[in-house]
Write a protein that binds this ligand. Structure first.
Ligand code: G6P
Length: 473
């Protein structure tokens, strides 16, 4: 029987060890998990990925496997060394900085690359142990760039889709990677390759042409007699989930609680994983510039900044944590008073009810990444604004800026521009806020996560039909 197999570095579940040593399983609230939920939970479909913890012994491994299989998930165990070299190393100290144009942060280490190759092979073995030639396989993200071709080698006619959730850099940046050719050959094992934006797709095609000497015709490449299609599929959110959560009684009661504690100030919101690509430090400097240039806002506006811990064993992330702590302290020390805190800073994650309450009370969302594949926070903010009041300030370096042109679009490197955008946002009339929000909501409602999944799967099917026709000619 044919089925769909999804593969990503992380499984859509968070497993952690409690203080008593017990394992706790929590379903992930991530957009991808929600969107693909309708697929992998059905019938014999399967999601293969790393459960996020290292098994203590065989007994624990077989227990976790059994539990996950009930939910159609298959774990790939990573050793401590693989976590260090493949996950923290090649994925997050080589590919992540390069693909986000922070190539000065990138480490080019042979041991990282070798581990990346081995772990991609490990994922491939896990797939081959369960896959049939008529299955549909969907591989996700930069941690698994070699996987499509590894699978293709063993199952030459199987249908493979690949989606990159982060930006694809321009050729001049991509070429810096010593393993550029192998990485491209790896992805080109797929039948359909998807990106968030047209620019990412263009950069990829240019790298393929300059490095692999393969030209494209309207996004179609022929490689070893196989058709490979490349296109942009901007990912959406589960719009109804955020709209529903925004109206839920639990959210409303938390909103009242937070509003009361915050007092009569305007509120700006920023929510990110701790990552240098998100522009968190620059945002704090901009808020400082804003309070300095427009002192009439001192005591009148606060920034609620949520930073979700991430990849904290990687040096650059540790450094950034120090920098953010320092900047928050500096701004609060410089402007704060007994009855006003300029920045409310939280270094942890929050449940959906709290996030929805934050989205509701925020007058302005400040989403200013230096580089971001898509950015879903800005979409969640828009979906949560049931009264359509609120302003989005959005970096032009986020994929989402291509869809949300009704936001105040800024260049995050232009600190004075963002500083003045904050003033503009705080002073925007309600009529104007509603006008922009209405348009953004209509877009996001239509191009939601379910639409994205359907579109990609349908297109993959079309490519396979085309291939079949070509083979029988
Ligand atoms: C980004 C990546 C995902 C990754 C997530 C969290 O959104 O595109 O592939 O899973 O960050 O990062 P982590 O390293 O914790 O998996």
């Amino acid at each position: 029987m044919s089925r769909t197999i999804i593969i990503s570095n992380r499984l859509p579940v968070k497993i952690s060890r409690t203080a008593e040593g017990e394992l706790s399983f929590r379903p992930s609230e991530g957009g991808l998990a929600t969107g693909l939920g309708s697929i992998y939970k059905e019938g014999d479909n399967l999601w293969i990925g790393w459960p996020g913890i290292h098994f203590q012994d065989e007994e624990e491994e077989s227990f976790v496997k059994k539990e996950l299989l009930k939910e159609n998930m298959l774990p790939v165990d990573l050793t401590t060394e693989e976590i260090k070299l493949y996950y923290e190393g090649f994925s997050n100290e080589t590919l992540w900085p390069t693909f986000h144009y922070f190539n000065q942060y990138a480490l080019y280490k042979k041991s990282y690359w070798q581990s990346y190759e081995r772990v991609n092979q490990k994922f491939c073995d896990a797939v081959l142990a369960v896959a049939n030639p008529d299955d549909t396989i969907w591989v996700h993200d930069y941690q698994l760039l070699l996987l499509p071709d590894l699978i293709r080698d063993k199952l030459p006619h199987v249908s493979i889709g690949f989606f990159l959730h982060i930006p694809f850099p321009s050729f001049e940046v991509f070429r810096l990677l010593p393993w550029r050719r192998q990485l491209l050959d790896g992805v080109l094992g797929a039948d359909l390759i998807g990106f968030h934006t047209y620019d990412d797709m263009r950069h990829f095609l240019s790298a393929v042409s300059r490095i692999c000497f393969l030209s494209n015709h309207h996004g179609q490449i022929t490689k070893d007699g196989r058709i490979v299609e490349i296109d942009a599929f901007p990912m959406g959110i589960d719009y109804d989930k955020y709209a529903r959560s925004s109206a839920a009684p639990e959210t409303l009661s938390r909103e009242v609680k937070y509003r009361t504690s915050l007092g009569e100030v305007k509120l700006m919101l920023s929510i990110d994983r701790l990552d240098y690509s998100k522009g968190i430090a620059a945002r704090l400097q901009i808020f400082d510039l804003f309070l300095e240039k427009y002192p009439q806002y001192q005591g009148k506006v606060s920034l609620l900044m949520v930073v979700v811990p991430s990849r904290d064993s990687v040096d650059k992330y540790k450094d950034l944590k120090e920098e953010v702590d320092l900047l928050v302290g500096r701004v609060n020390g410089k402007y704060g008073s007994v009855n006003w805190t300029p920045i409310h800073y939280f270094y942890r994650s929050f449940p959906l009810e709290d996030l929805s309450a934050f989205y509701r009370i925020a007058d302005v969302a400040l989403v200013t990444p230096m580089r971001d594949g898509m950015n879903l926070v800005c979409k969640e903010f828009v979906a949560s604004k049931l009264d359509q009041k609120g302003v989005l300030i959005l970096s032009e370096m986020a994929g989402a800026s291509k869809e949300l042109s009704e936001a105040i679009i800024v260049n995050p490197n232009d600190k004075h521009q963002v500083r003045d955008a904050i003033k503009k946002a705080l002073e925007m009339s309600e009529d104007e806020q509603v006008k922009h929000m209405e348009i953004m909501q209509a877009t996001l409602k239509k191009f939601n996560i379910h639409h994205w999944v359907e579109l990609f799967m349908q297109r993959l099917d079309e490519v396979n039909q085309k291939q079949l026709k070509m083979n029988t000619k």
